[in-house]
Design a binder for this molecule. Structure first.
Ligand code: SF4
Length: 480
C-alpha cells in the first residue's frame, strides 16, 4: 500500500517492453520506489499525477484516465472489485478538498505503450533545464499563481500532453454548420425528441430485428443499437444500424470502449457514413465482470469514452487520425455520450459530464431515471458550469414489467435507484405489473418534459419494443 493512495494497488507495476540501458533501468527503479510509495504510481510512462490530485488513476481496473466509469456502487466502491473504493471517486473527493477540481477537466491521452514502464525523470530534468533551472525553482516558489502554474506546465504539461494528443480543458464547438442527421436537426430546432433502443438479435437472422425496427419507426426520431450490453455478445451495433438504414430509420451507432482499440475505432468510423450512419454514441461499456463465464480481461482499456470523443471530434473537424495522418474527406458524425446523473454527487458528476462535452459530446443519453426531481441538482450543476447550452440531453426511461425487474435494476445496476413508492407500486400491482410500469413511465415523462435543459427522452424498452407506441402516444409526444 502506498503512503497517500487510500486503497491497495489493484494491478502490479508495468514493466518496459524492451531492455533499456543500465542507467535508465536504475532511474526507472528509483522512480518506481519513490513515486510508487508516495502516490501509488505504476509506471505508466505518461504521468498524470498533477491533474489527478496526486493519486495514480492506474489503480482503476479499467485503467480509466479521464474520470470514473459510472459503475461505482452505492458505497462508492468499484463494481469490478467491490472490496475497495473507486479510485476515481477518491481522486474527485481529494481534488475537491484541495480546490483542484478544475484540473480534472483536462482531456488526458491514452497510454503510449512505447513509454509504458519507462522512467520519466530524465525528460523532467531536460525540460527543467530548458526553462532554466534557477528560474524554474524561483517561479515554483513565487506567490504569483499564474507564473507558478505556467512554469509548472512548461515541464509537466509537455510530458502529459504529447504532440499527437494536445488535450486541454476547453470547449471545442463542432466545426460544421448544417445538421448531419435528422436527430441533430430536430434537436437544434428545439423539438422534444424521442429515441428508443431495439435489442440486437442473438442469431444471424435479422427478421425479428427488422420487424422491431418497423414497429417503432412511426414513433421515434432515431433508434439506438447497443454494443453487446452487459458484455453479452449479440449482433454488432454497426450491422443493426445498417439494417435500420435499409428500413429508412435513423440509427444511433453505439461503440463500447470495452471492445474497441484506437486502431479499430478509427477504421470503423472512417466507413460508417458509407453505410448511412451519422449518429455515434461513445460509451465505456459494461465490464466483462458482469458478463457470462468464462470472463474476458477486466483490466486496462485501450481508450476510454472521453478519449473516443476526442479522437472522433478531431477526425471530423480537423481531418486527422491519432497518428497525425490527414484525410481529404473526414467522416461526419453527430457525437453523443452516455451519462449516469446519479452515479456520484451532482457536483462531481457534472465535472465528468463537462469533460465529455469539451471533448466532443453533442448529446447525452442518460442512464435510467425513476425520480425526475432528482435530476434537478445535477441540471443545476451543469448549468453552473455553462454546459446546458452546449449539449442536448435525452433522459433514459424504461417501462417496468415486473417487481422482479424493478428490484434487479434497483439493487444490481450501478447508477440506477428506484424510490420506495415505485418499488411498492410494482410490488402491489401483482398481475397488473406491466400496466403499472407503463403508468409509472408516463408519469415520469410528464415531469421530465417540463424540465429546463432536457431535450427529449430515450425509451429503453429492454426487449419490449411493442410498448413504444403506447408510451409515445399516451405521453402526447407523437409527431404529426
Ligand atoms: S472501473 Fe469504474 S468503478 Fe472501478 S475504479 Fe475504475 S472508474 Fe471506478
Amino acid at each position: 500500500m502506498s503512503c497517500f493512495t487510500p486503497s491497495r494497488r489493484w494491478q502490479p507495476a508495468f514493466y518496459p517492453f524492451k531492455k533499456e540501458k543500465f542507467g535508465k533501468r536504475l532511474l526507472g527503479r528509483t522512480e518506481l520506489l519513490i513515486k510508487g510509495t508516495l502516490f501509488g504510481c505504476r509506471m505508466c510512462g505518461n504521468c498524470l499525477l498533477q491533474e489527478t490530485a496526486f493519486m495514480c488513476p492506474m489503480e482503476c481496473p479499467k485503467g480509466m484516465r479521464n474520470g470514473p466509469c459510472g459503475g461505482t456502487t452505492p458505497a462508492k466502491n468499484c463494481y469490478i472489485d467491490e472490496s475497495r473504493k473507486c479510485i476515481w471517486y477518491c481522486i474527485y473527493k481529494r481534488a475537491e478538498k484541495m480546490g483542484r477540481e478544475e484540473m480534472l477537466l483536462e482531456v488526458l491521452p491514452p497510454l503510449d505503450w512505447e513509454k509504458v514502464g519507462t522512467e520519466t525523470w530524465s525528460e523532467v530534468v531536460s525540460l527543467v533545464r530548458k526553462t532554466g533551472t534557477a528560474r524554474f525553482i524561483r517561479n515554483i516558489f513565487t506567490a504569483d499563481k499564474v507564473k507558478k502554474s505556467e512554469t509548472w506546465d512548461s515541464v509537466f504539461k509537455t510530458i502529459r500532453q504529447p504532440g499527437w494528443w494536445q488535450g486541454d480543458s476547453d470547449y471545442h464547438a463542432p466545426g460544421y454548420q448544417e445538421p448531419l442527421s435528422e436527430l441533430e436537426r430536430r434537436l437544434r430546432n428545439g423539438e422534444f425528441v424521442v429515441a428508443t433502443e431495439v435489442t440486437p438479435p442473438i442469431s444471424a437472422n435479422t427478421d425479428k430485428l427488422a420487424k422491431d425496427i418497423e414497429l417503432v419507426k412511426p414513433y421515434v426520431t432515431a433508434v439506438n443499437f447497443t454494443d453487446s450490453s452487459s458484455a453479452r455478445p449479440r449482433m454488432s451495433s454497426i450491422s443493426c444500424s445498417k439494417v435500420a438504414v435499409d428500413h429508412s430509420v435513423e440509427a444511433v451507432l453505439q461503440i463500447a470502449a470495452r471492445d474497441t482499440t484506437r486502431t479499430g475505432l478509427q477504421a470503423d468510423i472512417t466507413g460508417v457514413n458509407e453505410l448511412g450512419i451519422f449518429n455515434v454514441l461513445c460509451i465505456s461499456g459494461d465490464s466483462t465482470k458482469v458478463g457470462p463465464s468464462p470472463l474476458g480481461p477486466m483490466n486496462i482499456l485501450d481508450i476510454d469514452s472521453v478519449q473516443m470523443l476526442w479522437i472522433l471530434r478531431r477526425m471530423r473537424d480537423e481531418g486527422i487520425y491519432l497518428d497525425g495522418r490527414t484525410m481529404k474527406n473526414p467522416p461526419k458524425m453527430f457525437l453523443g455520450a452516455a451519462t449516469s446523473p446519479f452515479a456520484a454527487e451532482p457536483s462531481l458528476q457534472a465535472i465528468k459530464d463537462q469533460k465529455k462535452v469539451n471533448a466532443g459530446a453533442q448529446f447525452f443519453q442518460t442512464n435510467l431515471v425513476f425520480d425526475a426531481d432528482r435530476l434537478d441538482p445535477w441540471l443545476e450543476q451543469l448549468d453552473k458550469r455553462n454546459v446546458l447550452n452546449k449539449v442536448f440531453i435525452l433522459v433514459g426511461v424504461t417501462p417496468l414489467k415486473s417487481f422482479k425487474m424493478a428490484e434487479y435494476l434497483h439493487t444490481k445496476v450501478p447508477g440506477v435507484s428506484l424510490p420506495d413508492n415505485i418499488l411498492s407500486r410494482m410490488k402491489n400491482a401483482g398481475e397488473g405489473a406491466p400496466e403499472e410500469g407503463i403508468l409509472i413511465a408516463l408519469n415520469l415523462i410528464d415531469s421530465i418534459k417540463r424540465k429546463k435543459g432536457i431535450n427529449g427522452i430515450h425509451i429503453m424498452s429492454l426487449g419490449w419494443e411493442s410498448v413504444v407506441k403506447r408510451i409515445v402516444t399516451d405521453s402526447g409526444l407523437l409527431r404529426n
